[in-house]
Design a binder for this molecule. Structure first.
Ligand SMILES: Cc1cc2nc3c(=O)[nH]c(=O)nc-3n(C[C@H](O)[C@H](O)[C@H](O)COP(=O)(O)OP(=O)(O)OC[C@H]3O[C@@H](n4cnc5c(N)ncnc54)[C@H](O)[C@@H]3O)c2cc1C
Ligand code: SF4
Length: 500
């Protein structure tokens, strides 16, 4: 048996392995595949359910497949909702499957940060991106299932002379049902529980779900294993503990989960002053548009289109879609107002403005073990957000939208571009509504020394031999593009290094 849940554990269970991996998202899955296929005895421990518990509603996905029930908020200049997935497959279970390669300039910058270490240079990453893309089935979104919400953005941006296209996604069997964030009901999305993790299991890896790691074992000055609590998937009562002894411990609990665990396990100080520091988020905010024609934003590829403005290199606008229930909740209103909004919903389009941020935050742990998040913008992020929102208004209008809903508190539908621009220019960040981030990263950065980073270029912690990190917390900077593919590529390279 290589996939176990709470049902397979009672009392204290002890396992031995060469490598124990904490977390089964892109970073954990990619590392597990390489290490297991390289002959290592691998055990993966995952807090969330062993098998998907999908149902087409938000309450279900929050309960089973979002870390901390989807309630994480980074407080600082504003309140930013922070999302991270949970379960065997991690964020890939609930993400929109967008696949970008990190721009060469960003990767070259990392080489400099790493003192010339070339393992993540564009030339080194390219074949790994190719290999992973093949495994997870990355292809360009098929226009036949894209849906009007995506097509409108491409049409509008191209009309303004901007680069725009349908996105590449790891969705080889997509039928365009538009609910990637609730879990793919048809299996059309190639989340890592459908490829990298089965590959690791086929090579002998054991995957244990429902198990939250709380302790990292340290003996003789090096990491020697981990232990965690096993809980019933539904009622969350503790049914046992699992301890895994291994000479290599790989943390891949995500950019919130990994620093949170280091704090909970009492190792944050030993691993240096940068643990949980430097949080980037790719903060995002959306413009909605109302059309005369029917859009039905919930039909088609969930987030299937983007545009780029050469004057805004740190802004990546892409489609925003929501199922009707979530859209109604976002719009608010009661009685006749809600009725009017229900009527409008089928004619609404959405575009998210995502910023490659220079602002930073922190992740630590509260006394109850939950994450404590803060975040503060740099001025340039606000300028980029403002300029991106304005450009997006223009794109939506050019694509066929007649009225605009800008994400500013107290500003309702506006009819023209002047009114939209005035509202955006007048608002400071405290008045931005619905700020959201699904790309936490860079909280245990890779670098040259304990003073400026947590792990070395080989992924091993400066402060604790035998402890590696292979998830999105190791990025030395913000990426500027959606991070899953880069996380998988980096974890692959780091795991190959561990094999020696
Ligand atoms: C709604 C949403 C949409 C997104 N859309 C996209 C997209 O379209 N394209 C893209 O590139 N990226 C997208 N992302 C981001 C992407 O999914 C993440 O960047 C990626 O999953 C991060 O990978 P990771 O390995 O660092 O961590 P995660 O995927 O977060 O995996 C960490 C895993 O560790 C587990 N864990 C945490 N703590 C513990 C513990 N103590 N013990 C045991 N297990 C633990 C968690 O349950 C989780 O399963 C999206 C994310 C979300 C939430
Ligand atoms: S749009 Fe629907 S079918 Fe396509 S990948 Fe997402 S959830 Fe699956």
């Amino acid at each position: 048996m290589t996939l176990r849940s709470w049902e397979d554990v009672s009392g204290e269970v002890e396992l031995e392995a060469d490598v124990v991996i904490v977390g089964t998202g892109p970073g954990g899955a990619a590392a597990a595949r390489v290490l297991a296929e390289g002959g290592r005895r691998v055990v993966m421990l995952e807090e969330g359910p062993a098998r998907p518990r999908f149902a087409p509603n938000y309450a279900n996905i929050m309960r089973y497949h979002m870390q901390e029930g989807g309630s994480m908020v980074a407080l600082g200049d504003a309140a930013i909702g922070v999302a991270a997935g949970r379960g065997v497959g991690g964020g890939t279970l609930v993400n929109s499957a967008i696949c970008w390669r990190t721009p060469d300039a960003v990767l070259e910058g990392w080489t400099e940060v790493l003192g010339g270490d070339a393992r993540f240079r564009p030339q080194a990453m390219a074949p790994v991106y190719d290999e992973i893309s093949e495994i997870i089935g990355v292809t360009k979104t098929n226009p036949d299932i894209a849906g009007e919400n995506n097509l409108l953005i491409v049409r509008g941006a191209r009309a303004l002379g901007l680069e725009a296209d349908l996105l590449h996604r790891n969705t080889p069997g997509c039928v365009g049902c538009g609910i990637c964030n609730l879990g793919c009901p048809s299996g059309g999305k190639a989340s890592v529980d459908r490829n990298l993790i089965p590959m690791a299991r086929a090579a002998g890896a054991l995957v244990q779900g429902d198990t939250k790691v709380t302790k990292i074992l340290v003996e003789g000055g090096r990491a020697r294993g981990v232990s965690g609590l096993v809980r019933h998937t539904d009622d969350r009562r503790v049914v046992g503990t699992v301890t895994v002894r291994a000479d290599t411990v790989v943390l891949a609990a995500g950019a919130v989960g990994t620093p949170r665990l280091l704090h909970v396990a009492g190792l944050a100080d030993q691993l240096g002053p940068r643990v949980g520091k430097g949080l980037h988020l790719h903060p995002g905010n959306a413009v909605m548009g109302l059309c005369d024609h029917e859009v039905r934003m919930w039909k088609g590829a969930t987030q299937g289109a983007y545009f780029l403005d050469p004057d805004l290199p740190d802004v990546l606008p892409h489609t925003l879609s929501m199922p009707p229930g979530a859209l109604l909740m976002m719009m608010g209103g009661q009685g006749s107002v809600a009725k009017e909004r229900l009527r409008q919903m089928g004619h609404m389009a959405g575009c998210l403005v995502m910023v490659s941020d220079k602002g930073e935050g922190t992740v630590s742990a509260n006394a109850d073990g939950t994450a404590n998040l803060s975040y503060y913008f740099e001025d340039v992020d606000i300028q980029n957000m403002r300029a991106g929102l304005k450009r997006t208004c223009e794109v939506l209008l050019a694509g066929g939208v007649k009225r605009l809903l800008v994400p500013i508190v107290g500003v309702g539908w506006v009819d023209g571009i002047d009114e939209a621009f005035a509202a955006i220019d007048a608002a400071d960040v405290t008045r931005y509504q619905g700020m959201y981030a699904a790309h936490p990263m860079a909280t245990c950065r890779m670098g040259q020394s304990l003073d400026d980073s947590v792990v070395a270029p080989d992924g091993q912690a400066h402060g604790l031999p035998g402890l590696y990190i292979t998830d999105s917390s190791i990025f030395p900077t913000s990426l500027g593009v959606n991070p899953q593919l880069t996380t998988m590529a980096m974890a692959t390279i780091l795991a190959e290094g561990m094999l020696g």
